[in-house]
Design a protein around this ligand. Structure first.
Ligand code: ZN
Ligand code: ZN
Length: 349
């Protein structure tokens, strides 16, 4: 079968190849999944270029936003059968570490994940191991949900965790920095949570246009317009209640803090390059009593909520898919993804 083998973190773009490997064997407690959609994510950018190495094995298959059809069910697995459409919550918490036991399974100290410790979505057939099935990470989907939308339940779940951490609710004013797929999900979720208005800051004109279509009150080109002035104009000079940084740009942290209202919350949602520092004025946090938070992965409950929203048509994920490629054209897909101009790039079979 075809698979994208990532040899190691160095020498991008020569560190991976699309090649034939043995089809995985479905163990007694496993499910073998036929991949139908696997989406590329900002994290994959960092993995392929060596910026993220934790859990990534040499000569393995990555890809963690996955939807497929069950090809084979191990004889000891109950509750699933061949032919069912499922999406995979790829993060498997241990359930017994201090993070798990204090209600933060998304930050599990011993987490295992498909696309990291186990081979992921960029291959024709994926072995879903027993611990993934037992922990409820295989979620059935109805015919009405597209495979691409099924794969995007995973990043949506991450955004739902981010929404909870940001605390966005009724009548809040919200600013989202970056209108890539993640920013656009945060936009939709903020409005669903009851935000009064959502301002989006984004350099790309097409993404700004889509943000307006999806309900943003302003879509600001901060290279040409004064974001600070616009935020103050929209909020009676007070700043916004909630800010989500959906792009991990260190240089923007300081100016972003200054856009929050007194007592406001800033969520550093995006992954930032490891080890790179940001300079900011701590007196802004002090005098404005800001809450600064982050967000990592998702709890299984977030994933189930994300799946529920998609199944019930409460959020438009297909709108943020801009290109689909076959597995054999993975290189083309990754090039487009790396260019940063597209929204979601999805590998489909
Ligand atoms: Zn992702
Ligand atoms: Zn744990």
């Amino acid at each position: 079968m075809k698979a994208v083998i990532l040899h190691g973190p160095e020498n991008y773009p020569n560190n991976y190849e699309v090649m034939d490997i043995e089809k995985p064997v479905c163990g007694k407690k496993d499910i073998l999944l036929k991949m139908k959609a696997a989406a590329l994510c900002g994290t994959d950018k960092r993995i392929f270029t060596g910026g993220k190495t934790k859990g990534v094995r040499p000569d393995s298959v990555v890809g963690h936003e996955i939807c497929g059809v069950i090809e084979e069910v191990g004889e000891e697995v109950q509750g699933y059968s061949a032919g069912e459409k499922v999406a995979i919550a790829n993060v498997i918490p241990c359930g017994h570490c201090s993070a798990c036991l204090s209600g933060r399974e998304n930050a599990c100290l011993n987490r295992k994940a498909i696309g990291y410790e186990f081979n992921g979505g960029f291959e024709e057939y994926i072995r879903v191991p027993d611990i993934c099935i037992e922990s409820g990470n295989v979620v059935k989907l109805p015919e009405s949900v597209s495979y691409a939308a099924g794969a995007l339940i995973e990043p949506l779940a991450c955004c739902i965790r981010g929404l909870y951490n940001t605390g966005t609710g009724f009548n809040d004013t919200v600013l989202i920095i970056g209108a890539g797929p993640i920013g656009l999900m945060h936009l939709q979720l903020s409005l669903i949570a009851g935000a009064q208005k959502v301002i989006v800051s984004e350099l790309d004109p097409e993404k700004r246009e889509l943000a307006l279509k999806l309900g943003a009150c302003r879509a600001v080109d901060s290279s040409k317009e004064d974001l600070h002035a616009i935020v103050m104009e929209e909020t009676g000079g007070e700043g916004v209640d909630r800010i989500v940084m959906a792009i991990g740009v260190n240089a923007l942290v300081d100016s972003t803090f200054k856009l929050a209202k007194k007592g406001g919350t800033v969520c550093l949602f995006a992954g930032f390059p490891k080890g790179r520092m940001s300079e900011f004025d701590p007196s802004v946090i002090h005098y404005n009593e800001l809450n600064i938070t982050g967000s990592t992965a998702y709890k299984r409950s977030d994933y189930l909520q994300a799946a529920d929203m998609v199944i019930n048509g409460k959020i438009d994920l297909d709108a943020i898919v801009s290109a689909k490629f076959k597995l054999e054209d993975f290189r083309e897909a990754l090039d487009l993804h790396m260019a940063g101009t597209a929204l979601k790039v999805v590998i489909e079979d």
